[in-house]
Design a protein around this ligand. Structure first.
Ligand SMILES: Nc1ncnc2c1ncn2[C@@H]1O[C@H](COP(=O)(O)OP(=O)(O)OP(=O)(O)O)[C@@H](O)[C@H]1O
Length: 239
């Protein structure tokens, strides 16, 4: 269970999140929605202990999450990654295991097997020796998906994984999400798309600084909720 209680985050006086509370049982695939600047990334960064929390509590499996960060796999927005950094696909995926690798002793055979299996699962094993900067957008997204899988976490967080990816990558991401869910993992996914794909989530969180609504896609995607989050213009298009 992931529990967020009364979470507020301010950046030097700018209120990014205010009094957000929710609980997510394990095995759920959860979409986080909201307009630009709604605090979606801030929520994720607070969970990852990357921004200071002004107020509130974040617990996972009954304990403060900041003491169990190894249980989280995080895939940032593609735009936040430096694709010119000279690193191969293989080394990017192995980085997920660096903390676990014993200092100076290199990676265990199991770590290599995990990385190989993850690359094969997302169908880019044959690209493993290529620099990440030479891949297509969809292939790059799959490198980071493989890296998340190789970490064998309990809580998986993806920031806009479907942005500028091809159809094949989209299908692979959807399938991997279903597999993780069946394995009782918890998944949080920031999603910009307000279309039909929302039906695929078990639960949605609709944010605009505050939590506007939470529940099943049917409960959350209503004209009233969307208007409260996005303003009037969008509602007619999506409902
Ligand atoms: N490091 C920071 N310093 C100051 N203000 C910030 C910082 N990061 C975010 N903010 C502000 O906090 C608010 C929430 O931003 P956040 O990036 O969490 O929103 P978002 O919902 O992820 O937006 P987007 O959909 O555009 O990625 C915005 O007003 C933003 O300008």
């Amino acid at each position: 269970m992931l529990e967020i209680q009364n979470l507020s985050v301010n950046y030097r006086g700018v209120r990014a999140l205010h009094d957000v509370s929710f609980q997510i049982p394990e095995g759920q695939l959860v979409g986080i929605l909201g307009p630009n600047g709604a605090g979606k990334s801030t929520l994720v960064e607070a969970i990852l202990n990357l921004v200071p929390v002004t107020r509130g509590v974040i617990r996972f499996q009954g304990l403060p999450l900041r003491r169990q960060l190894l249980k989280i796999s995080y895939v940032p927005q593609r735009s936040k990654i430096d694709w010119d950094y000279p690193v191969t696909v293989w080394n990017t995926v192995m980085m997920a295991q660096t903390v676990q690798a014993r200092l100076f002793r290199g990676f265990s055979p199991q770590a290599r097997e995990l990385a190989e299996a993850a690359l094969a699962r997302v169908e880019i094993y044959d690209l493993k020796d290529r620099p990440i900067g030479e891949l297509s957008g969809g292939q790059q997204q799959r490198v980071f998906l493989a890296r998340a899988l190789a970490k064998e976490a309990e809580l998986y967080i993806f920031d806009e994984p479907f942005t500028s990816v091809d159809r094949k990558t989209e299908d692979i991401i959807f399938d991997v999400f279903q597999e993780l869910r069946k394995a009782s993992k918890t998944l949080l996914v920031i999603d910009h798309d307000l279309g039909e794909s929302l039906a695929f989530y078990d639960r949605l969180l609709l944010l605009n600084k505050r939590l506007i609504a939470q529940g099943s896609p049917q409960e959350v995607v209503t004209a009233d909720n969307l208007e409260r989050a996005y303003g009037r213009g969008l509602t007619r298009v999506f409902v």
